[in-house]
Design a protein around this ligand. Structure first.
Ligand code: DC
Length: 226
């Protein structure tokens, strides 16, 4: 099999990972893999079944009933299929964000999703974003970038996104939820959010999208032929 390149982007919620990864993937002709969407699909599935995301036994009991597929449309947009049903839009709520963070802490969930993520990277050039891509999923990724920003800036971005989608939101509440999620994601036992030792840290607090993209391209070009 021909060599494939992988770019790992990790960081806390709202740091701009998916916005940047999506744009770079388009420019470079890479697959964009939003791994948070996979955890969100698990959370949504458990929620429909009435299983609490904290209930380790319940999650373990039902995880085998869930078949997740990732599909891409002509525009390169990632779609999440939950037992054949497209739930791409349904998983984008604040409620599911919190539940995804909780459900992702269970070892059985992380185990089931690990091969799925690695298989995509084996078959394609990928830009994959998440929390543990550079540390656990693709420890040998060609490029690793850790995107971050202050919680205030991240909350404002998430708030603007929710409002743009027509959802109701309260900025202070969004900030609290982001901080709680940061705490959960960095303190879980398995594959917590942390910067890989060989990752390049990029603080996006004072940069606009073009500024972040330019900086990321510079980092990528140092490591792989693009
Ligand atoms: O990136 P996101 O906000 O869509 O992720 C939702 C949750 O999923 C996040 O709070 C923690 C979990 N997650 C994870 O544990 N590991 C990943 N690689 C991606 C997301």
């Amino acid at each position: 099999m021909a060599k494939t390149y992988s770019i790992a982007i990790d960081g806390p919620a709202g740091a701009g990972k998916s916005t940047m990864a999506k744009r770079l993937a388009k420019e470079l002709g890479y697959y964009y893999v939003d791994t948070g969407a996979i955890y969100r699909t698990v959370a949504y599935f458990m929620d429909l079944l009435g299983v609490s995301p904290k209930d380790a036994d319940g999650v373990e009991r039902y995880i085998d009933e869930l078949n997740i597929e990732i599909q891409y449309d002509e525009d390169g947009k990632q779609h999440m299929l939950m037992n054949g049903l497209d739930v791409t839009d349904e998983i984008r709520t604040q409620d599911i964000s919190q539940k995804a963070s909780l459900v992702s802490a269970h070892p059985v969930v992380r185990e089931v999703l690990l091969d799925m993520q690695r298989d995509v990277a084996k078959a394609h050039n990928v830009i994959m974003d998440g929390r543990d891509i550079g540390t656990v999923v693709l420890p040998k990724a060609d490029v690793k970038i850790f995107l971050t920003a202050s919680s205030q800036v991240r909350a404002k971005r998430r708030y603007d996104e929710l409002i743009a989608k027509g959802q109701t939101a309260n900025l202070e509440q969004v900030r609290k939820e982001i901080e709680q999620r940061d705490y959960q994601d960095t303190h879980r036992e398995i594959a917590p959010l942390k910067m890989a030792r060989d990752s390049v840290k990029l603080d996006t607090s004072d940069l606009d999208i073009d500024g972040v993209i330019a900086e990321m391209k510079r980092i990528i070009k140092e490591k792989i032929p693009v």
